[in-house]
Design a protein around this ligand. Structure first.
Ligand code: BES
Ligand code: MN
Ligand code: ZN
Length: 501
C-alpha cells in the first residue's frame, strides 16, 4: 500500500473514494459546502434524513454521488469541533480504515487530516490514520488450506490532500515513517501469530538471517547452545534444557550511520523470545495455554523495530538481541529449588520454573554489555501481574534512568502505544532474598511486575536501562485473538526522536 500527498482539487477528483471529515451538525458545515453545492444539495439531504449526523467515528458511504467526479464519497463523522482530541481521532481513524477497506476502492483521496485538532499536527493525524489502515488490513490466514479469512483489501493508494509545497514537505516524511512502522508491526504480528510448532528458536534465528540479507544495514549473528555454554549463560541454558528445541541467542546489529562516520554507542533492544511457555515443571493450567505461543512477542517486537528503522534508514546504531527458547516440562528441565549460575556470576534459586523469562533475559542483558551501549531497553511478556495492574491499555515501564524512562513515556504518548511507569524502590528488591543463593527467581505474590523488574535490575547496574512489560498489550485473546504489533509504534517513535528526525 502506498501513502502519498496530492494537490488535486477535491471537487473534480475522479478518485475511487473521496474521504471527507465533517463535524456534527444538522446542516453541511464549511468543510462540505463546495461538495454540497456541486452535488445539488445531496449532503444537506443526507444530514436532514438523520441517517448521518457526524458524531464521532460515524461513517456513511455514498456510491456514485451525482454531480461529483468521484466513484464513492465516504463521509466521516468527527463529532463536536471542541471535543476532537487524540483519543477521538484514533476512533475516527479506525472507523475510517474499516469503512474504506470494506469497499473495493483501489485509490482514495482524503482531507481528514486537515481538521483542527488541538496539540497535534497534520503529520501526526495522517500517521494515526495510516496505522489504523495497517491494523484493519492485517490478515493472518497463511496456515489455512482453504477458505481464507476474506478478500484481501483492494486499496492500493491513499492520497493525503495538501494545499502547497510547504505542507507537502511537512507531511511526506511522516507518511513514509508511518508506512515503515506498519511494515514493522506486520512482521511483529506475523512472527507472533505463528504457532509454537512452526515458530521455534531456530525459525526465529532463520528469520533474523533473512532480515540481514534483506537489509545491507543489518548484520545478523546467532549464538548456539555451545557458544552460550562457553559464555557461562547458565540461567538461559537451564530453561532450554527442558525442551528438545535448541535455544538461540539472536543478535541483529543495525548501523544506519553514514559511511565513514565515527562509531558511536548503540542503543540495545533485548526482547524475550519464549516461543512457547508451558511453565516447565511448575506447569501452567490448561485453559488458554495456547496463548503462551505469544511469549515471544518481546522478541517479535525487536524484529519489527529493526525492520521499521532499516526501512526508514534512521541514522542510528541499534542492536537487537533476542534470547529464544521454549519452556517445557521434561526429565532434564529445571526443578523448583535448583540453583543456577548466571553469566554475570550471580547465582539464582529457581523457586518457580514458570518465572523463566527473567532467567533468559538476565543472561542476554549481561551479554548486551559487550556492545558498550548508550542504553538498553528490554521488552518482555514477563508477568501476568502486569495485566492485573494495567489491563491491556498500557505496558508497564520500569528502569534505572529517569531520562530514558521519560523519553519512552513521551514516545508512548505520541504514538498512542501507551506505557505507565511503576516504581523500582529497593524495598521490592528485598522480596527476592534466598537463603541458599544470591537471589530467588520470584518475589512472592505481591507486586509481581516490580519484583520481576527488580530481578532484571540486578543485571543492569552498569547500564542505563529500561524494561517494558508487555504481557497485557502484546496480544488480544478471545474472539479477537491475535498479536497487536505493540510496542513497535512506541519503540520506533522513540528511536525516531533519538535520531532527531
Ligand atoms: N510468560 C509468562 C507471563 C504471562 C502470563 C504473560 C500470562 C501473559 C499472560 C511468564 O513467563 C510467567 O509465567 N510469569 C509468571 C511469574 C510468576 C511465576 C512469578 C506469572 O506471571 O504468573
Ligand atoms: Mn512463564
Ligand atoms: Zn513466560
Amino acid at each position: 500500500m502506498q501513502f502519498v500527498t496530492s494537490t488535486e482539487a477535491l471537487a473534480s477528483s475522479t478518485t475511487d473514494c473521496l474521504i471527507i471529515g465533517t463535524f456534527e451538525g444538522k446542516k453541511p458545515g464549511p468543510e462540505l459546502t463546495e461538495l454540497d453545492q456541486l452535488s445539488d444539495g445531496l449532503l444537506g439531504k443526507v444530514l436532514k434524513s438523520g441517517d448521518f449526523s457526524g458524531e464521532t467515528a460515524q461513517t456513511l458511504l455514498l456510491s456514485a454521488p451525482a454531480g461529483l467526479a468521484c466513484q464513492r464519497l465516504l463521509l466521516v463523522g468527527c463529532g463536536k469541533k471542541k471535543e476532537l482530541d487524540a483519543r477521538a481521532w484514533r476512533k475516527i481513524s479506525e472507523a475510517t480504515a474499516k469503512a474504506l477497506l470494506a469497499t473495493r476502492a483501489t485509490k482514495a483521496l482524503t482531507n481528514l487530516h486537515s481538521l483542527p485538532l488541538e496539540g497535534q499536527d497534520t503529520a501526526w493525524m495522517a500517521s494515526q490514520l495510516i496505522e489504523a489502515i495497517g491494523q484493519a488490513s492485517y490478515r493472518f490466514d497463511k496456515l489455512k488450506s482453504k477458505g481464507k479469512a476474506d478478500k484481501p483489501p483492494a486499496l492500493k493508494r491513499l492520497a493525503f490532500l495538501v494545499a502547497d509545497q510547504e505542507q507537502e514537505s511537512q507531511l511526506k516524511p511522516a507518511l513514509s515513517q508511518a508506512e515503515a512502522i506498519n511494515q514493522g508491526m506486520k512482521l511483529c504480528k506475523d512472527l507472533a501469530n505463528l504457532p509454537g510448532n512452526v515458530c521455534t528458536p531456530s525459525y526465529l534465528a532463520d528469520q533474523a538471517e533473512a532480515l540481514g540479507e534483506e537489509f545491507k544495514t543489518i548484520k545478523t549473528s546467532v549464538l548456539d547452545e555451545k557458544a552460550m555454554e562457553k559464555l557461562g549463560m547458565g540461567a538461559l541454558l537451564s530453561v532450554s534444557r527442558g525442551s528438545r528445541e535448541p535455544a538461540k541467542l539472536i543478535v541483529m546489529e543495525y548501523n544506519g550511520l553514514k559511511k565513514g562516520a565515527a562509531k558511536g554507542k548503540p542503543i540495545v533492544l533485548v526482547g524475550k523470545g519464549l516461543t512457547f511457555d508451558a511453565g516447565g515443571i511448575s506447569l501452567k493450567p490448561a485453559a488458554a495455554m495456547d496463548e503462551m505461543k505469544y511469549d515471544m512477542c518481546g522478541g517479535a517486537s525487536v524484529f519489527g523495530v529493526m525492520r521499521a528503522i532499516a526501512a526508514m534508514k534512521l541514522p542510528l546504531q541499534v542492536v537487537g538481541v533476542v534470547p529464544s527458547s521454549e519452556n517445557l516440562p521434561d526429565g532434564a528441565a529445571n526443578k523448583p529449588g535448583d540453583i543456577v549460575t548466571t553469566m554475570s556470576g550471580q547465582t539464582v534459586e529457581i523457586l518457580n520454573t514458570d518465572a523463566e523469562g527473567r532467567l533468559i533475559l538476565c543472561d542476554a542483558l549481561t551479554y548486551s554489555q559487550r556492545f558498550e551501549p548508550e542504553e538498553v531497553i528490554d521488552i518482555a511478556t514477563l508477568t501476568g501481574a502486569c495485566i492485573v495492574a494495567l489491563g491491556n491499555h498500557a505496558a508497564g515501564l520500569l528502569g534505572n534512568d529517569q531520562a530514558l524512562c521519560d523519553g519512552l513515556l513521551a514516545a508512548a504518548e505520541a504514538s498512542g502505544d501507551r506505557a505507565w511507569q511503576l516504581p523500582l524502590w529497593p524495598e521490592y528488591d528485598e522480596q527476592l532474598k534466598s537463603p541458599f543463593a544470591d537471589m530467588a527467581n520470584i518475589g512472592g505474590r505481591e507486586a509481581g511486575t516490580i519484583t520481576a523488574a527488580s530481578f532484571l535490575a540486578r543485571y543492569t547496574r552498569e547500564m542505563r536501562w529500561a524494561h517494558l512489560d508487555i504481557a497485557g498489550t502484546a496480544w488480544k485473546g478471545g474472539s479477537e485473538k491475535g498479536a497487536t504489533g505493540r510496542p513497535v509504534p512506541l519503540l520506533t517513535r522513540y528511536l525516531i526522536q533519538r535520531a532527531g528526525k
